[in-house]
Unconditional design. Structure first.
Length: 619
C-alpha cells in the first residue's frame, strides 16, 4: 500500500525493496540508535519506494544458495571464503571489503535463519550446504560445501522472510512508484531527496530526504538473453550518472553459463553442484579441458567462455525447439542425478525445464547457453554503504547518499562474482548501510525538529527537478494524440529489444575494439536519438506503464554507453571481460578500478590489496 500523504521531509528514503533495500530497512529499525529514539518518543520518518510490489523483487528468483563458511557439514574457514572471493574476482577485489564479507557471512546467514528463512536441513538438523563454483577449502586445494540453500528457492525464502519482518517493524512502502530523479545539492556534496512517479495515478512527487539509499538492482536487460526479470533496467546506476556521480567497474557484467536455451531463464548452478555435467555435440564432458580440477564448478566466467569456445569450434548444439536454428548451445546432462534427489533439491530447475523446454532432465539432455546475469560494477560505496566520488587523494563522501546490493559497487566481486556471494552482499551490506543511516538520523531526527516547530522547506534543486520531470511526463502524454497516424511508430519496448540484441552481438562474453566502437557508434547515432523521440501512445495518466518503459529505455541507453566506454578503456582481459584483442590480464596497467561518468570521462583508482598478492587464476 502506498502512502496517502507525502511527508514534507523524511529521515531516510530507501529506493528498492529487494534483499538489499529490505535489509537496509531492518538494519535501520533494529539499530540501537533507533531504539533510543523510540525510547524518547521519537519515531523516525522512513519511506521505502519500489517500482514493484516488494514480493515481486528480483531477489526472489535467486535459486542456488547464499555463501558462508558455517563449517557444519565439513571443515571450512572464513579465510578460505575470503581467498576464493579475491581469486574469483581476478584480484580486482578490494580486500578489506572481501574480508568483511567472509568474516560476517556466517552471522548474516544465521540472522536470516532467525528471521524465518527455511533453509534445507541435514539429517541432524543443521543448515544444509552444497558445493558452488569457485568455492574451495584450504586455499584452493579442494571444493567445499559453502552455499546454504533452501532447495533451489533460497531467494524466494529470503525475500519473503525479510518482507514479513519489515511489515512487523511497521515499515512504510510506496509501491509501484518509479524514482525518476536523484537530487543532490548545488555543489554535489549532499543528497536532497528524490523525485518519484506514482504509476497508479500519474502523479509526480518531490520527496525531500536527509538520507537516500539506492537499492535498485542490476541491469541485465542491457542484453537480449538475460536471467534478469523484466524490471532490471539499471535505474539506480543511470540515476547516479544523471546526478553527476561516477560508476565503478561497469565493464564487468557476468554471464551465467546455464541459461535455458534462448529463453534466458536461469538453470541454477546447483544443478551442476548436484552432479550435472556440460557436454558438447559429441557428448564429451568438455570442462575438464578448460578447468581440470574444478571442471563444471569452475568460476562462472571460465565456464561461460568454455561454452563459447565449444560453440565457435563447431561443437555446439541447436535448441531442440528450433532444430534448424543456430547451434549456439551445449547440453546440460542431469541424467546422472538420482531422480528422487533431483525433485527434492532442484524442484524449480525441474519445473522450469519441463514447462519451458518440454524436457525431463532425468532422461533428456537440456540445451543451455550463457545468459546475462549479474552486474559487478555500480555506484561506488564504502563498506558502510556511503556513496563517494573518487578524488586524487582518496574519496569524497556524498553526505546522506547511500547504496547497496547489485546497483552498488563495494568491490567484493571484482571482475567476476562467485555464486552465492550476491545474496550475501545484498543482505550484509544492506544491513550495514541501514545501521549507518541510523547513526546519522540519531543526531538530528526530522520528528524532533517537527516538535520544536522547525519547517522543512524543499531545496530549490528538488523543486527544479520535480518541475522539470512533471514537464517531461506531461509532454510524453500530450504527444500521444498528436503522434497518431504519423510516422512515429517506434516504442520503448522495441527500442529496448533492439538495444539488447545489439549489445549481445557486440559486448557479450567476448568482444574487441572493433565491436565496441560499432556498438558505441550505434548508440550515439541511432539508439539514443530514437530514445529521445519516444512518446506515449495513450494520454491516460492511470497505470500508463509506457511512461516508465520510456524512462527505462533512456536509462538503459545511457548505462550502455557508460559500460561500453569503460570496456573500451580497459585494454586487457580480466574475469568476466574477455577482449580478444587483449587476451591477457595486465596487472602492470590495469590492476585498478575504472570510474566513468555521463560525459564519458574515465578515471582510475588502485585496488585495495591487504594480504593476498595477485596470482594465477586456474581452476
Amino acid at each position: 500500500m502506498s502512502p496517502t500523504k507525502v511527508e514534507d521531509m523524511y529521515d531516510a528514503v530507501i529506493v528498492g525493496a529487494g534483499g538489499a533495500g529490505l535489509s537496509a530497512a531492518l538494519g535501520f529499525y533494529r539499530s540501537q540508535e533507533v531504539a533510543d529514539l523510540r525510547d524518547r518518543g521519537i519515531e523516525p520518518k522512513v519511506l521505502v519506494i519500489s517500482k514493484l510490489q516488494p514480493l515481486r523483487s528480483h531477489t526472489g528468483s535467486a535459486e542456488g544458495g547464499i555463501a558462508a563458511s558455517l563449517g557444519d557439514m565439513e571443515p571450512d574457514e572464513w579465510q578460505w571464503h575470503y581467498y576464493d572471493t579475491v581469486k574469483g574476482g581476478d584480484w580486482l577485489v578490494d580486500q578489506d571489503a572481501a574480508k568483511l564479507l567472509a568474516k560476517e557471512a556466517a552471522h548474516t546467514v544465521r540472522d536470516l535463519e532467525h528471521d524465518g528463512v527455511a533453509f534445507s536441513r541435514t539429517e541432524d538438523g543443521r543448515i544444509a550446504q552444497r558445493r558452488f563454483g569457485g568455492h574451495t577449502s584450504d586455499f584452493g586445494k579442494a571444493p567445499v560445501k559453502r552455499a546454504a540453500y533452501a532447495a533451489d528457492r533460497v531467494g524466494h525464502q529470503i525475500l519473503f522472510a525479510l518482507w514479513q519482518q519489515c511489515v512487523a517493524q511497521g515499515v512504510a512502502f510506496a509501491e509501484e512508484w518509479y524514482v525518476t530523479d536523484l537530487v543532490l545539492n548545488a555543489d554535489h556534496t549532499a543528497s536532497e531527496g528524490v523525485v518519484a512517479y506514482d504509476v497508479a495515478t500519474g502523479t509526480t512527487h518531490a520527496i525531500a530526504a536527509r538520507n537516500v539509499l539506492m537499492a535498485t538492482g542490476g541491469a541485465g536487460r542491457l542484453f537480449h538473453t538475460t536471467s534478469n526479470s523484466h524490471d532490471l533496467t539499471g535505474d539506480g546506476m543511470a540515476l547516479a550518472l544523471q546526478a553527476g556521480l561516477d560508476l565503478e567497474d561497469t565493464e564487468f557484467l557476468q554471464f551465467h553459463p546455464t541459461g535455458l536455451a534462448h529463453t534466458g531463464i536461469l538453470l541454477s548452478e546447483a544443478s551442476r553442484a548436484e552432479g550435472g555435467v556440460l557436454r558438447n555435440a559429441t557428448g564429451e564432458a568438455f570442462m575438464e579441458h578448460y578447468a581440470p580440477e574444478h571442471k563444471d564448478l569452475a568460476a562462472r566466467d571460465v565456464v561461460s567462455r568454455a561454452i563459447r569456445s565449444e560453440v565457435m569450434a563447431g561443437r555446439g548444439v541447436a535448441d531442440p525447439k528450433d532444430p534448424e536454428g543456430p547451434k549456439d548451445c551445449v547440453w546440460l546432462d542431469m541424467t546422472g542425478i538420482d531422480a528422487t534427489r533431483m525433485h527434492e533439491v532442484l524442484p524449480q530447475v525441474v519445473e522450469t525445464i519441463r514447462d519451458y523446454a518440454g524436457l525431463d532432465p532425468a532422461t533428456d539432455l537440456v540445451p543451455v547457453k550463457p545468459t546475462a546475469h549479474y552486474t559487478m560494477g555500480g555506484i561506488p560505496i564504502t563498506v558502510d554503504g556511503e556513496v563517494y566520488i573518487p578524488t586524487a587523494d582518496g574519496r569524497q563522501i556524498i553526505t546522506g547518499m547511500y547504496a547497496a546490493g547489485e546497483c552498488s559497487c563495494v568491490s567484493v566481486h571484482g571482475a567476476n562474482r562467485l555464486g552465492g556471494n550476491s545474496l550475501l552482499d545484498a543482505c550484509l551490506f544492506g544491513t550495514r548501510a541501514g545501521r549507518s543511516i541510523a547513526t546519522r538520523v540519531a543526531s538530528d531526527p526530522v520528528a524532533a525538529s517537527d516538535v520544536e516547530g522547525d519547517t522543512h522547506a524543499l531545496a530549490q534543486e528538488l523543486v527544479d527537478a520535480s518541475n522539470r520531470r512533471k514537464g517531461i511526463i506531461d509532454t510524453l502524454l500530450e504527444s500521444a494524440d498528436s503522434a497518431e497516424g504519423t510516422s512515429q511508430s517506434d516504442n520503448a519496448y522495441a527500442l529496448i529489444a533492439d538495444l539488447g540484441t545489439f549489445m549481445e552481438a557486440h559486448a557479450a562474453v567476448v568482444t574487441d575494439a572493433t565491436l565496441l566502437d560499432k556498438a558505441m557508434a550505434a548508440l550515439r547515432n541511432d539508439l539514443i536519438p530514437r530514445s529521445e523521440l519516444l512518446h506515449a501512445h495513450s494520454d491516460s495518466k492511470v497505470f500508463n506503464q509506457e511512461i516508465t518503459a520510456i524512462l527505462e529505455a533512456h536509462h538503459l541507453c545511457e548505462l550502455a554507453l557508460a559500460m561500453l566506454t569503460a570496456t573500451r578503456a580497459r585494454e586487457e582481459s580480466r574475469g568476466s571481460l574477455y577482449r580478444s584483442d587483449f587476451p591477457e590480464r595486465n596487472d602492470a596497467e590495469y590492476l585498478r578500478h575504472s570510474f566513468v561518468n555521463l560525459n564519458g570521462d574515465v578515471s582510475w583508482a588502485p585496488v585495495n590489496i591487504v594480504d593476498i598478492e595477485p596470482g594465477s587464476r586456474s581452476y
